[in-house]
Design a protein around this ligand. Sequence first.
Ligand code: BES
Ligand code: MN
Ligand code: ZN
Length: 511
Amino acid sequence: MQLHLSNPPLSQGECALVFCFAPVDNTESFALPSEIATRDEKMWSGLVAEVVQEQKFQGKPNSSVALRLPAGEIRKLVLVGLGDPAALTLEGLRRATANGLRQAHILKAKQVMLSLPETGLDPVRAVQAVAEAALLVAHQDNRFKSQSKSEAETGFSVQEVTLLVPGLEPARADYEAALHRATEMAAGTILARELVAAPANIVTPLTLADTARQIAQEYSLEVEILGREECEALGMGAFLGVAKASDLPPQFIHLTYKPAEGQPLAKLALVGKGLTFDSGGLNLKTDSRSIAMMKTDMGGAAAVLGAARTLAALKPQVELHFIVAATENMISGHGMHPGDILTASNQKTIEINNTDAEGRLTLADALVFAEKLGVDAILDLATLTGACVIALGEEIAGLFTQDEHLAEELHQAAKLSGEKIWRMPMEESYLEGLNSIVADLKNTGPRPGGAITASLFLKQFVEKTPWAHLDVAGPVWTERDSGYNNKGATGYGVRTLVEWVLARQAAHSQT
Ligand code: BES
Ligand code: MN
Ligand code: ZN
């Protein structure tokens, strides 16, 4: 999809997408935006007003009206509700954009003029949000459909969107930069979506490593891929314990981005859980629906690689380490037995009381590795527990950290990205649940509070670096079209990671 910037007003064009606020006062009735109302009287004989009334369109969020017009310079019109102007958020604008473009798609529009309203939001941020939503809603993944099937579904109709921005000219460069950021954000998100959606016979530890190499090559990052022996030399017994049952070699991926010139303002590590398939191991997943979804168990890794792509393109003045311990959790005579004791790279010993709690084992060695790099903060993303999905549902990630500053930064980043996170308690007393008779700790605690004990387990592998963990088991996948996400992989996490890094850079460049 092509995106352009232009000056209002609406002019000649195939399809106009116009945002409408709901009346502030309940006693007032809905009024069409003036640019539409005047045209409606002059050219369309009040057709729009009639349809609006018939459909009881009030400008509420998640509502829209779409129609073809009989005459004049605009042939198709989509009105989308934004709700109460005072309550509008960037995410509300994204969702409205996506809803409107879905309507334009149904009208078979190829070119859309999208008229941005004046809102209380930062106008440059608003342009970024609208552009992100447009690019993401348009992404349809037909890679694995045969030609006849994918042609029948023809893809997203809208090819070109022109954003009409009030007061564009004096700040045009800022708006162009916002479009650029949105384009890179969407590209990283789409990379993550495609990695998650691809099945385990396509995305393997080896192909994940190849993806990292490609990013490194395209954007001149450093890339280091450690195989089994190298991981052994580093003492990564926890990661390798999981990898043992797989016929595919584990790949420990480490991408490094450094600013081309000057000192980095911060040094951060982003760690992603990279299980390209999670059968559960000998504690086999017995529910056939959930085992069949376990190609998504590299959703954290996908977000980290997607963010690597976006950030490498946006070139912040920050040193970044992207880390993924990639493997599969399989079953074989070589695999770990329940009861086995593994030694992680920080020398801690772990009794495996459940082979299905494998993500934390791979992350343990990845976190130890990250901390040794001497970074200012570590953030990990992992499809870690079903318990987190039970707690927060499928749209919200759990945020676990004991660092107030990191928690605040991540809430701010999520507010900008629109990706939902909710802070969960890291109740230290629950650590007792991980006590082992024979080793330093067990890898699983009791069922209640399973997402919390998982985060407490991870914490045992970070000594002193500020660290936060996002449990993204719910939001990496959706079964239905919703907002700018189409059913399937969402690419969740990329935009929050990127906003977090950019905010860190901005905070340091002010001081
Ligand atoms: N990959 C799963 C978690 C998961 C569950 C992701 C549902 C996405 C959707 C993880 O490795 C796992 O199996 N966790 C276990 C932990 C348990 C054995 C303590 C779980 O959540 O059941
Ligand atoms: Mn598992
Ligand atoms: Zn898993």
